[in-house]
Design a protein around this ligand. Structure first.
Ligand SMILES: [Zn+2]
Length: 207
């Protein structure tokens, strides 16, 4: 079970300068999740040297409700909004990927499985990052996601999908995971360094 303060400290120990806490959320619980995470963030300021972003991973919400929920979550203080995409390992409703890439309130489509070129193209047009994931199971389709994203010019991020401190990784490991998905070296470096910064700037500018 994850304990947010432990995640924050572990990320810091791995040399990370920021972390996004994004618990699984659906329509009934997103407000209470955000409230709790804001309290954790406030407390973690005592450690000073790691920036904490609070958000949600919209999970198993019917595709037709994703855009509405994302809007409400943003108003409730979600700084980073992911959707649990159509992974092969923990499948959600078909159409979840499409509903996510059409919604500009979404920042990242997590583990999008066998995403179509059309959906990846919409992600590119709407500035939504596609996730290359460190998580076992979800990572089965990293190679496919990387290929389609590169083909249409969609931006990728390497995320841990960490549910436990042991799931957290260093930047070096993130680069290896991108390389393992078949992404060329210069592009892997860009994804891990610059794309992550682009998202952080976007979050800061929204505040
Ligand atoms: Zn997920």
């Amino acid at each position: 079970m994850w304990a947010p303060p432990e995640m924050i400290r572990s990320a810091r120990d791995l040399g990370q300068t920021s972390i996004a806490l994004t618990d699984h959320a659906s329509l009934s619980n997103f407000e209470s999740i955000l409230e709790s995470l804001l309290i954790e963030r406030e407390a973690a300021k005592a450690w000073g040297d790691i920036e904490v972003f609070v958000g949600l991973e919209i999970t198993h919400v019917p595709a037709k409700h994703i855009a509405g929920m994302a809007k409400k979550a943003r108003r409730a203080g979600a700084e980073v909004i992911l959707v649990h995409g159509e992974t092969l390992s923990e499948p959600v409703e078909p159409g979840t990927n499409r509903a996510s890439v059409e919604c500009q309130d979404i920042d990242i489509l997590a583990h999008p499985g066998l995403i179509s070129e059309e959906d990846a193209s919409l992600a590119m047009q709407n500035g939504i990052f596609l996730e290359i994931t460190a998580k076992r199971g979800h990572s089965l389709t990293n190679g496919h996601v990387a290929k389609v994203a590169q083909h249409v010019g969609a931006s990728m991020l390497v995320n841990t999908d960490a549910h436990d401190p042991a799931d957290l990784i260093t930047a070096e490991r993130a680069i290896q995971i991108a390389l393992g998905a078949g992404i060329p070296n210069n592009e892997a470096l860009k994804i891990v360094n610059e794309n992550a910064k682009t998202l952080i700037h976007r979050i800061r500018n929204r505040k």
